[in-house]
Design a protein around this ligand. Structure first.
Ligand code: SAM
Ligand code: SF4
Length: 407
């Protein structure tokens, strides 16, 4: 989620969309994102739109949350009433900590989505989960309710690193929860890692990778630590209590991830994501990265339908208040111009192993691609086949390559 949003134009109170947007909803796939904005405590590095019980204040509660989301879903179904998506291909419940809600509430939300638009027979249904907030029983309930994929925030295997990140779970709990998820019948399980935390050694990260591989999961996401303004971590770094992350260390860690995961049979399919098989790739994220349509339910959630992008009010109380009044929780929206759509397309598709067709680039972009090829940042075989595909070195410098391909 971008930290600074464009101002956009107001969303009509009934949430209606321009006719141009609803002409072919779901032609490139349709997904539903559900944001669950609750956490037991806030990790020092995290600036996601999430609230502890103390921060929440009045006007919103975890208890009433599933019903509030279902109210937005009813509004969404009305808005797309004349032009509904053919089916829901993917659902992704993210947070926050979705598994702070009772598993029955997560089941009810999924059932509501199925009733509104119909889940595809092979729909991918993911929920994020914190390792300490699932049990073998809750995982079985989620599996029985139709969830097909679990994404667990492990971050690290090293107790010292977990402490610096303010994680609540003990080392080893994430991989244990991953095994419990597989025992509960989940074929698809992801573990998230963060690398480059101050105090993390090369051996710490090697141990994280070894544990992920041994846990038998079929998907791994590994992100360089981002120091977000306004977080406790950023304040500690400003005060000199912790060192700022180093780009060189982050590059070394990325190479270590590629080596260890590659040796264990994982392949990268997006710069920060590796899967054991094509079927294990996260289809919901691929839908975001390839211009699909999705409705984002929940406070602060973003949506994209037919070139119109909008985002909801951020606070759970404001969100609940709008819906209680029968109004759209949309705060603002923008219609993407062709230039904006092109920039997004290049930024997102270049990060994919499938690459970006060179044909979508203008003359300056193609000259940039030739330079990146000569510099060893694009793969010669991909280039010969008409695509810009990052090499391993290119993946380390992906943002710079993107800049070179854009006007
Ligand atoms: C929406 S978060 C939450 C998932 C879940 N609440 C948890 O923490 O286990 C998804 C992932 O984003 C990553 N993440 C969040 N903030 C980050 C940051 N500042 N730098 C790098 N990765 C971050 C973490 O790996 C996290 O697991
Ligand atoms: S548990 Fe996850 S969403 Fe919540 S504060 Fe920590 S990283 Fe952010």
């Amino acid at each position: 989620m971008p930290g600074v949003l464009p101002e956009g134009e107001p969303v009509p109170a009934d949430g209606s969309l321009p006719a141009t947007a609803t002409r072919a909803v779901g032609a490139r796939g349709f997904g539903v994102y559900v944001h669950v904005p609750f956490c037991a405590s806030r990790c020092g590095y995290c600036d996601f739109n999430t609230y502890t019980a103390d921060e929440l204040g009045g006007g919103a509660s975890r208890e009433g949350y599933a019903d509030t989301v279902l109210a937005e879903l009813a509004l969404a179904a009305r808005v797309l009433g004349d032009a509904p998506p053919p089916r829901v291909d993917t659902v992704f419940v993210g947070g926050g900590t979705p598994t702070l809600l009772p598993a029955d509430d997560l089941a009810r939300i999924l059932d509501g989505i199925d009733r509104a638009w119909g889940l595809a027979a092979d729909a991918e249904v993911t929920t994020e989960a914190n390792p300490e907030s699932v049990t073998p029983e809750s995982l079985k309930t989620l599996r029985a309710a139709g969830y097909t994929r679990i994404s667990l925030g492990m971050q690290s295997a090293a107790p010292g690193v977990l402490a610096i990140l303010d994680r609540r779970h003990r080392a080893g709990r994430a991989t244990e929860a991953a095994r419990e998820a597989r025992d509960a019948g989940f074929d698809h399980v992801n573990l998230d890692l963060i690398y480059g935390t101050p105090g993390e050694s090369a051996d710490d990260f090697a141990a994280s990778l070894a544990q992920v591989v041994a846990a038998g999961v079929d998907h791994v996401s590994a992100y360089a630590l981002i120091v977000e303004d306004g977080t406790r971590l950023a304040a500690r770094m400003r005060r000199g209590e912790l060192a700022y992350p180093s780009d060189d260390v982050a590059a070394d860690r990325y190479l270590a991830a590629e080596a260890a995961l590659g040796a264990a049979g994982f392949s990268w399919y997006e710069v920060s994501n590796w899967a054991r098989t094509p079927a294990a790739r996260c289809r919901h994220n691929l839908l975001y990265w390839t211009g699909g349509d999705w409705w984002g339910l929940g406070p602060g959630a973003h949506s994209h339908v037919g070139g119109v992008r909008w985002w909801n009010v951020k606070h759970p109380a404001a969100y609940a208040k709008r819906l209680a009044a029968g109004e759209s929780p949309g705060l603002a929206r923008e219609v993407l111009t062709p230039d904006e759509a092109h920039t997004e397309d290049v930024m997102l598709r270049l990060r994919l192993a499938s690459g970006l067709p060179l044909a979508v680039l203008d003359d300056a972009g193609r000259a940039g691609a030739r330079r990146a090829l000569a510099d060893g940042l694009l793969d010669p075989a991909g280039y010969a086949a008409g695509r810009a595909v990052l090499t391993l070195r290119g993946r380390l410098l992906a943002d710079a390559v993107v800049r070179d391909l854009l006007p």
